[in-house]
Design a protein around this ligand. Structure first.
Ligand code: CA
Length: 228
């Protein structure tokens, strides 16, 4: 699963440098030169993390951060503030506006990528690409492989994402609408019974190793992935 990183920065050279380094690190960068473009991108599809420059032509980064925190949809969106200012009071201002982390220009791209990774792990474990193993079933997000008993199980990309989501939310009852949000995205409108179709395909894919028994149907609730 590729985490989508929105870069809001008006200086083209820095924007490109960030995009290049993030892409190289396996992320999907989305670029916005100002606050208005950032808002359009966020409205169109929620990114997994935002890198926000403090000084923008149309609106200060702190103001954008404040707005993100005030909206239910974007309240938990991880934000890294980027700035040329290093004064302690500015740093505090950034945190007060809801930024999760703070990087001062000039910065090392490697350090920034490390901070993006750390923040994603901290704030949005669903975007992390660490392998997960449950009851002998191993899912590797980076290689798109699901392995059980030394054998790779074959499944479609939707079943893979569905399984990843279920395994990350181990032992929790997930409603169909929650699964739609988590697996298909919050801006996609699909009928809830689509979930049932893909659950059926997922169970078939897990049958060879017997792991289909871990996918439990919860009457009137949705689905749950059992820990054993
Ligand atoms: Ca700037």
């Amino acid at each position: 699963m590729t985490a989508k990183i929105l870069i809001v920065e008006d200086e083209p050279a820095i924007r490109e440098l960030l995009a290049l380094n993030l892409r190289h690190a396996g992320f999907e960068p989305v670029l916005a030169p100002d606050a208005a473009a950032a808002r359009r991108e966020i409205d169109a599809a929620l990114p997994d993390l935002v890198i926000l420059d403090w000084m923008l032509p149309d609106q200060p980064g702190v103001e954008i951060s404040r707005r993100l925190r005030a909206d239910v949809r974007t309240r938990h969106l991880p934000v890294i503030m980027l700035t040329a200012r290093s004064a302690e009071s500015d740093k505090l201002g950034g945190f007060e506006a809801g930024a999760d982390d703070y990087v001062t220009k000039p910065f090392s791209p490697r350090e920034l990528v490390a901070r993006v990774r750390a923040l994603l792990r901290r704030r949005a474990p669903e975007a992390s690409d660490e392998p997960i193993e449950v009851a002998g079933l191993r899912l590797e997000p980076q290689t798109f492989r699901v392995i059980a008993g030394g054998q790779a199980l074959r499944m479609g990309p939707t079943e893979f994402r569905l399984l990843h989501y279920l395994m990350r939310n181990l032992d929790r009852v997930l409603s169909r609408s929650k699964l739609l949000d988590g697996v298909w995205g919050d801006h996609v409108f699909i009928e809830e019974r689509t979930v049932d179709v893909h659950i059926r395909r997922l169970r078939l894919a897990l049958q060879p190793s017997g792991h289909d028994r871990l996918v439990e149907t919860v009457r009137g609730g949705g689905y749950r992935f059992l820990p054993q």
